[in-house]
Design a protein around this ligand. Sequence first.
Ligand code: GLA
Length: 666
Amino acid sequence: MTTARRLRLPGIAYGGDYNPEQWPEEVWAEDVRLMREAGVNMVSVGIFSWALMEPGEGRYDFSRMDRLLELLHENGIAADLATPTAAPPAWFFRAHPQALPVDRDGRGLSYGSRQTFCPSSPEYREAALRIARVLGERYADHPAVVMWHIHNEYGCHNAECYCDVSAAAFRRWLRERYGDLATLNDAWGTAFWSQWYYDWDEIIPPRATGAVPNPTHRLDWRRFCSDELLSLYKAERDVLREAAPSIPATTNFMVNFSIEALDYWRWAPELDIVSNDHYLRSTDPESEIDVALSGDLVRSMAGGPWLLMEHSTGAVNWQPVNRAKLPGEMRRNALAHVAHGADGIAFFQWRAAKAGAEQWHSAMLPHAGTDSQIWRDVVQLGADLEALAEVRGSVTHAHVAVVWDWNARWALEQPSQPSGELRFVDLVLDWYRPLWHAGVAVDFVRPDADLSSYRLVLVPSLYLVDDAGAANLTGFAERGGTLAVGFHSGAVDTNCHVRLGGYPGAFRDSLGVRTDELFPLLPGESLALSDGGTASLWSERVRLEGAEAFTSYTSGPLAGTPAVTRHTYGEGTAWYLATRPDPATLAALLARVCDEAGVQPVLTAPVAGVEAVRRNGSDADYLFLIDHGGSGAEVPADGVDLLTGKEVIGSVSVPPGGVAVVRQAR
Ligand code: GLA
């Protein structure tokens, strides 16, 4: 929220997606009454209302939206008004069947769900911009409207379309990137397997092939798909800006979702307010760590506070088995998002649907009605957020930066790698998890970010790095910082070409090592380490070229070879983790690296099971203590617990499974 277009709302925003079109209008009065009871102050409306707002091409019916916005306004509830462009109506596809997407296998998809359109379709773009303009002009001055919610989760279901229209758009994007075919052929390494292109029209999306696709072709395709959706976002945003220059615009990200995810580093600067959606995975035993990682990543992209646009009060409906939340878990999740920088907390959705594809998704007002645990928790959370109003706008100062890069992720997870077992998010989580347990605050950064405010830069996985990113990271160590790099990083350049001369390519000199051969490990295989730990997933034959061995293998074909190395480089230090140590060994190693870099945790003595996060306000600091362990704790602190209103002298009690937020004077 660094732009001039800010959210005109006091305190922390609280609410959810509100889809009253799913209900007869008699229900609306009860909705707003209950919203007030719960302390809801902002709802997202109109997200999936296209078919009702534009019943036929160019014919509009805004009567329902007019009444809804009036009702919200009369009740002091602000509207985050969506452009409905994530779900084009059936009439649109009947008129423009060519706007339907085609999947990788050449299968044409049909309408009848949502987000089933080709992102490159000119007909879709025209229709989307038309409804965005009409909506923007109609409601630009409506007092209820405080934000534009553009589209919904771009790319959630249609990040890729392989049709001929997309193919032409891909070629245009490539012409812009490469200028001429010789440069493209070189970048893609098309001399390999006779893939040389003599005419731009020969280039198609990486459709299903009999053998492995060209990695650079696929990587550029991912970049193109992200940019193509971004251009749709920007086009809608510009139309709305013209209509209402002071209303901020957002679109809801999904930062730690699938491989198809978008390059949000390129997206974030285009948003007035960064917002994100986060859902727990039923199978994740430590989902609080996923919440924290997501929050840190979004805060880093926003460069400050952000909004949680969606999460769930209970179970979702799109996993094989949809777990309900445990007692207190929803409150812990929501307040953890606030701890990690959210200035607004919202859910999908306000009232649980009785019909439609998401009838089994939890909501703020469940099927059971107000005599329910979820409703009581929703009311409690509303009171909590009101008590935390002053936290709004406060920031977090981390001394540790973790590098996160979507290009590296896309490239790493291509087929035909030395190991198909490497998953970018898992590799980052391996390092993030012990830092979370230790209560060390981290930011996420791009490889080419300004690193001057950090003491320690961690690079858990950066298979692909461009020259500028590599120079930035190694320069950080050279100038006195501490850098730690994970295996198989720096391996390829921006075109996915191997950096020759030994691994880990771009980082070889700064790390003071040279690897001549990779020895990835089979699932279940492990090696013994000289410090008593074990290693899995990966190993490589490292030769020291200036670095010292910190740990070596004591079993397997590489026994005696360094597994973890430390190198004095320029004024700083560069560590290389050439394998994946077991969790306890990795935690000890990162603790040592933090210590050496002078990085302190949030609490001098971290308490097991209690997440500690600090936000810094202009007059005070806010210490969030969240008990995920279930035993509660007494934590040293002085100030006021904003959630209980009680003065804190010497220590604060965090109830079992509960939360305390202590305002600490500076
Ligand atoms: C996404 C969408 C919502 C809803 C939820 C369900 O986040 O944005 O419309 O489908 O998932 O979890």
